[in-house]
Design a protein around this ligand. Structure first.
Ligand code: ADP
Length: 406
């Protein structure tokens, strides 16, 4: 059974095609600048060179048509016909309180994703457009929605409620939802497997540190608390997002700089974080290079980034009355030995001992980076949200090709 995994944004769309019998990626790629004459398709078939094509792609339906054409192209393709795409799985950022797991998409699900636009105005519209575009091109295949928020629906009210008047929760759904759920779930389940334990035997702190970054406390295999909130702005300092600030800064900044709601939103989401503190570097690799060159603003940005992450890990250790597993994943978490080292050196009071050599060893891949006598196992586990989406889609759409699945 072949499953097409789609991650659609407002003007871009990423895809991966999985053969679920062997759980193998047949091809992946992306379409960028949808809506423009110079839209670009990047296609990477497994074991063959990447290919790029620039052409006019005016909407998501045309983008999916283009993807299906390249997937079935006699030379560059990996499928004989589009009938060999048996189901599609979509990443949807916000599932609100409605979705605590992945679901097969029907009219009610589409309506609900649309109703949640208010909570995720930058993300959910793109996802729904992707769903409709697949439907337009492949009307007969089952489609499944996998939500970034779903894994966190197990949080208790003491974790997810904000201490503001009840009406905001009741009437407007203001609460902590958390994001990166698919990633936190994937790496925590992998850590359990690699440790030879069941997820319910572990207390895990999972750090997804990419452009966006969040930490999750996972107790008995369930999300217990997480650093992102009603939106992905709360919590850790990120590439261009502020993370936690005193909420009084928002009206203060609006007043002093005469900012509108959208301007203050943009300031906090796009012009803050590493970017603001370092003086224009929003990418961790650039920050690390500048630190090497002796740049003091970049050094402060790195120090703040690391310090805030370490504080969250300490807070979640307290939240769960201890922990036994720490996981680093995503772009920075998987690749920056320096960040992991600095964080772990400040957690020795918990009995955590880093294996310096294992931490420095490059090459990627899953690996334990703590010593045998460490009280906490520390893992680097590359995330794989697409595989999680493909697995859920496989399970929910019956795990059988369409012709056996009326
Ligand atoms: P996204 O949230 O967009 O999926 P990623 O998980 O790809 O982001 O992470 C992107 C971040 O990872 C960037 O800040 C990038 O600089 C950082 N990164 C990638 N490789 C390295 C590396 N070798 N060392 C440090 N940071 C890295």
């Amino acid at each position: 059974m072949n499953i097409l995994v789609i991650n659609a944004g407002s003007s871009s769309l990423k895809y991966q095609l999985f053969d679920m019998v062997r759980e193998r990626v047949l091809a992946k790629g992306k379409v960028e600048r949808i809506g423009m004459e110079t839209a670009m398709l990047t296609h990477e078939p497994a074991d063959r060179p990447e290919l790029r094509e620039v052409s006019e792609i005016l909407d998501h339906t045309a983008a999916i048509r283009k993807v299906l054409r390249i997937l079935t192209d006699p030379k560059e393709g990996v499928l004989r016909s589009i009938d060999d795409v048996h189901a599609a799985g979509h990443r949807v950022v916000h599932g609100g309180e409605t979705f605590s797991g992945s679901v097969r998409i029907d009219d009610d699900v589409k309506r609900e994703i649309r109703r949640l636009y208010d909570l995720a105005p930058l993300h959910n519209p793109g996802a729904l457009t992707g769903i409709l575009a697949v439907e337009a091109n492949l009307p007969h295949i089952p489609q499944v929605a996998v939500f970034d928020t779903a894994f966190h629906q197990t949080m208790p009210p003491a974790s997810f409620r904000y201490a503001i008047p009840h009406v905001f929760y009741k009437k407007h759904g203001v609460r902590r939802y958390g994001f990166h759920g698919t990633s936190h779930q994937y790496v925590s389940e992998r850590a359990a497997e690699l440790s030879g334990k069941r997820p319910d035997e572990l207390k895990i702190v999972s750090c997804h540190i990419g452009n966006g970054a969040s930490v999750t406390a996972i107790r008995c295999g369930k999300s217990f608390d997480t650093s992102m909130g009603m939106t992905p702005l709360e919590g850790l300092m990120m590439g261009t997002r502020s993370g936690d600030i005193d909420p009084a800064i928002v009206p203060f900044a609006m007043d002093k700089e005469d900012l509108s709601v959208s301007e203050v939103n943009s300031m906090l989401n796009k012009h803050s974080g590493l970017f603001a503190v370092s003086g224009g570097l929003g990418d961790m690799r650039e920050v690390l290079e500048a630190v090497q060159d002796g740049d003091r603003r970049a050094k402060l940005a790195f120090d703040m980034y690391e310090y805030r992450l370490r504080k969250y890990i300490g807070a979640y250790a307290a939240a769960m009355n201890g922990f036994d597993t720490l996981i680093f994943t995503a772009g920075v978490g998987e690749n920056s030995a320096l960040l992991r080292k600095t964080v772990c050196e400040g957690l020795t009071f918990l009995g955590l001992r880093l294996d310096a050599e294992a931490n420095e060893r490059g090459g990627g891949g899953e690996r334990k980076i703590s010593t045998a006598d460490s009280a906490v196992d520390v893992w680097v586990i590359p995330t794989n949200e697409e595989l999680m989406i493909a697995r859920d889609t496989f399970r929910i759409s019956g795990g059988r090709p369409l012709q056996e699945n009326p």
